[in-house]
Design a binder for this molecule. Structure first.
Ligand code: AMP
Ligand code: MN
Ligand code: MN
Ligand code: MN
Length: 288
């Protein structure tokens, strides 16, 4: 059974490793099938493919993206896998998402300035470089400047709903996001369902809407999960007749989260790679 990791980030968004470093790390950690899924951008994929082709044993590298959407005041993340990165309409849509990121970042910067953190936008932007800017860049800058001791503390004190630096965003709605992914030939996967801090009742509502909108799969395995959570997600996937997916959501090397870590699974579940769409696409890929 190959080792799959279908959710990861590079420095094209808020990950710390360059796409090449990510490929090297995934390969040395024995990952067989890797999806690079940066936030609202596919810009890291060219370098990732180039590096992968240089390996003695290239992995299967899946073109992916993690798209932010808004649903009832929650930021819901939807991963698109096997998307056609050359689809113009899709790239136009992702560019709009990144524009929303830029506008939001400018506003976050203004709010942090009011809280006496001068140069916050410029600092975060410098860390982001050409990457899709994220709250994570602000958090990293604030830690570097010594305003707050670690990333978790920055988020809970400044960057979550109700705090000084929180700026609500109207991302695309889940129906649009799923449609865009499908139009670009991809499969739509609900990312990390248990990280939204919602009750199971709300999660069921989300899954119902996700399914009505044509969503294909949900992640059931990711880093730092309890056994009860794994069980709940598998039960929900079955209840809603969704395929299952998994990924580390790797952003940076850490003792708890790493590429492929704790992602060994048994075949019995309806894994996304068993779907006909996946099978069709993977056949095309292996001819490339
Ligand atoms: P954004 O997409 O700009 O809203 O930023 C969200 C990103 O911030 C997520 O993708 C995570 O990478 C990161 N993030 C969210 N919460 C935390 C946290 N508590 N500690 C560290 N990083 C976080
Ligand atoms: Mn992130
Ligand atoms: Mn996410
Ligand atoms: Mn992610």
């Amino acid at each position: 059974m190959p080792l799959y990791d279908l959710h990861s980030h590079s420095s094209a968004s808020d990950g710390e490793l360059s796409p090449s470093e990510l490929i090297q790390r995934a390969s040395s950690r024995q990952v067989n099938v890797l999806a690079l899924t940066d936030h609202d951008t596919t810009a890291g994929l060219v370098e990732a493919h180039r590096e992968n082709q240089r390996l003695a044993n290239p992995m299967t590298l899946i073109d992916g993206v993690e798209i932010s959407s808004s649903w009832h005041n929650f930021d819901i993340h939807i991963v698109g896998l096997m998307v056609d990165v050359e689809n113009k309409k899709f790239q136009h849509f992702l560019a709009e998402q990144r524009q929303k990121r830029t506008d939001r970042a400018l506003e976050i910067g203004r709010r942090l300035e009011k809280a006496k953190m001068l140069g916050a936008y410029d600092g975060a932007k410098k860390l982001a470089g050409d990457a899709a800017i994220s709250r994570a860049h602000f958090a990293r800058w604030m830690v570097e400047q010594g305003y707050v001791k670690n990333m978790n503390a920055v988020f809970s004190k400044y960057l979550v709903r109700g705090k000084t630096g929180y700026v609500p965003n109207q991302w695309a709605d889940i129906t649009d996001v799923i449609q865009q992914i499908h139009d670009a030939g991809g499969v739509a996967v609900l990312a990390h369902p248990s990280r939204y801090k919602m009750t199971t009742k709300w999660l069921r509502r989300l899954l119902k809407d996700f399914c009505s909108a044509g969503g294909d799969a949900m992640e059931v395995r990711f880093a730092q999960q309890t056994t009860a959570d794994k069980q709940l997600l598998l039960t929900l996937a079955k209840e809603f007749n969704l395929y299952t997916s998994l990924g580390s959501d790797f952003h940076a090397p850490s003792p708890w989260v790493d590429l492929g870590k704790n992602l060994y699974v048994s075949e019995q579940h309806p894994w996304i790679w068993k779907s006909s769409r996946w099978q069709e696409k993977i056949t095309e890929l292996e001819y490339v």
